[in-house]
Design a protein around this ligand. Sequence first.
Ligand code: ADP
Ligand code: MG
Length: 336
Amino acid sequence: MSAADNPSAPVPPRPLLRASGITKRYTIGNSLFAARRRILTAVDNVSFDVMPGETLGLVGESGCGKSTLGRCLTRLHNLSDGRLEFDGRDIGDLSLSRLRPLRAGLQMVFQDPYASLNPRRRIGDLLAEPLRVHALAKSSEIETHVGELLESVELPADFARRYPHELSGGQRQRIGIARALALKPKLIVADEPVSALDVSVQAQIVNLFCDLRDRFNLTYVFIAHDLAVVRQISTRVAVMVLGSIVELGEVDEIFENPRHPYTAMLLEAIPEPHARGRKTRDRRATVARELPSPAKPPSGCRFEPRCPKAQDLCRTTRPLLEAKGANTLAACHFPS
Ligand code: ADP
Ligand code: MG
């Protein structure tokens, strides 16, 4: 009997976002001389699903392609290759005009909210703009909507009359979040939204993200390099090296039982509250050293030049991202 014959059979949930083989290449070098042009593969064949209500944390060191991937997922970048489905629709190569009505459902929050807020405009105008552009509210209702948006990010309504420079970093990020919320999105891709904030403020903003997720049934892709932040907010975690995902799994599996040597190194480098000061710094240096360029990646495993467990197979054959446990995928020939 098929599911159609039995309407009471549970319908498997559909991923809200489905990335299949997402690839983004940049052309670098001298644009006038073809011979000097080179291709840099910033995101290399990345696939994953994001289920409704979950938060996929995306981690990896600077330059590994997190922002590029985030921008591909929200179609701020065109894809060089791969398929992207959002809410059951293929949006991978929709034109900008056909994408516009879907954009509302798929928003991005950036690291530096100041850069994305026009300094000459009041907060109220900045929050009203997406409502006007998408004709989501009548002009008579806009003020109420703006007040509600401010309330949802825990700011007083009179902030509508202020300018961005009058706000603290944390308050500006709240405005960045309110702007993303204005269009009632289903998915928010947040690109290091707390990295530029003081540690005490970071916790408040992460808590706000958690509260908003529950209140508005949001789904997040949450990019961060701070693993403590990722652990606090994520249901699953994807670890990136040089444009590829090397490990993907449930948050507790990743933190308690990492399979990929790079994930293990990242976890070891987390500074602990007490002691281990020097050792920690030394370990961090190990992770950062000899970063290969995505314009000239190693021929086998992307992590091989830095891997303490590397063997001949790792130099010649690139490992696939495969199941290495009930809730974990890893791309490693010799996983833990
Ligand atoms: P992350 O966010 O993880 O720090 P990015 O996505 O910003 O990484 O960058 C990934 C790689 O792509 C880096 O090597 C970076 O130098 C390169 N890159 C990013 N944007 C561009 C661009 N517009 N043109 C050329 N190279 C780029
Ligand atoms: Mg980035």
